[in-house]
Write a protein that binds this ligand. Structure first.
Ligand SMILES: Nc1ncnc2c1ncn2[C@@H]1O[C@H](COP(=O)(O)OP(=O)(O)O)[C@@H](O)[C@H]1O
Ligand SMILES: [Mg+2]
Length: 220
């Protein structure tokens, strides 16, 4: 479904800082893949490239066999909006908005009418066990509830791919375990999920783990 071929990323720092070095990775539809590596190893950079938030310096990225390097920024952002849902360590909710309004936001940007937004947000919140809290202002939520809300927001556009960057990083280990279990359940329903972690214990529960070190994929 998603294919990275010989991807490199060099930031214009000093003589050039190479953060990804010849990364090749294929992710199939329906997979739940963990990306495990230390802080600074290039995990977020790789996820941003996979999620079309950033472009590689060289190499080829394709979705369902379709290369994306020739797309302009507008086409790229359209594709991203329909294909990818993101979950971040720091949740990135809008604190003044309600749970439901936060989840509706991606649909708002897609100009979906209000009533349909409400219905789809309600459905997404049901999937993450947050229906009872949909009217709460998000600043009143616990960390685990915030991350559930963020996952509902990622689900609401029905993306082909969910990308989660250290989704348990701001949570205690029990709440983090609940979030991993939720992602596991969504995977069981057929969703394709890529999750970054630096936590070996969390990675040990995942069906497939890709190790990254100093911008290179190790083993396999
Ligand atoms: N926009 C940027 N400009 C320059 N350097 C960056 C940028 N983004 C990340 N880096 C550097 O790239 C390296 C890898 O970062 P990152 O992909 O965030 O790693 P990880 O998510 O594994 O911690 C780090 O050394 C970081 O400082
Ligand atoms: Mg990171």
């Amino acid at each position: 479904m998603i294919s990275l071929q010989h991807i490199t990323k060099t930031y214009p720092v000093g003589d050039g800082l190479t953060v990804l070095d010849d990364v090749c990775l294929d992710i199939n539809e329906g997979e739940y893949v963990g990306i495990l590596g230390k802080s600074g190893s290039g995990k977020s950079t790789m996820l941003h490239i996979m999620g079309l938030l950033d472009r590689p310096t060289s190499g080829l990225l394709s979705f369902n066999g379709r290369p994306v390097h020739a797309l302009d920024d507008r086409e790229l952002s359209e594709l991203r909006g329909s294909l990818v849902g993101f979950v971040f360590q720091a949740f990135h909710l809008v604190p003044q908005l309600s749970v439901s309004e936060n989840v509706e936001l991606p649909l708002y940007y897609q100009r979906i009418p209000r009533r349909e937004r409400r219905e789809r947000a309600a459905h997404a919140l049901e999937q993450v066990g947050m229906s009872a809290r949909r009217g709460h202002v998000s600043s009143q939520l616990s960390g685990g509830e915030r991350q559930r809300t963020a996952i509902a927001r990622a689900l609401v556009t029905e993306p082909a791919l969910i990308l989660a960057d250290e989704p348990t990083g701001n949570l205690d280990s029990r709440t983090g375990g609940d979030i991993v279990a939720l992602l596991e359940r969504l995977h069981g329903q057929g969703r394709t999920i890529v999750m970054i972690t630096h936590d070996r214990e969390i990675a040990s529960h995942l069906p497939r783990v890709v190790h990254i070190r100093d911008g290179r994929i190790e083993g396999v």
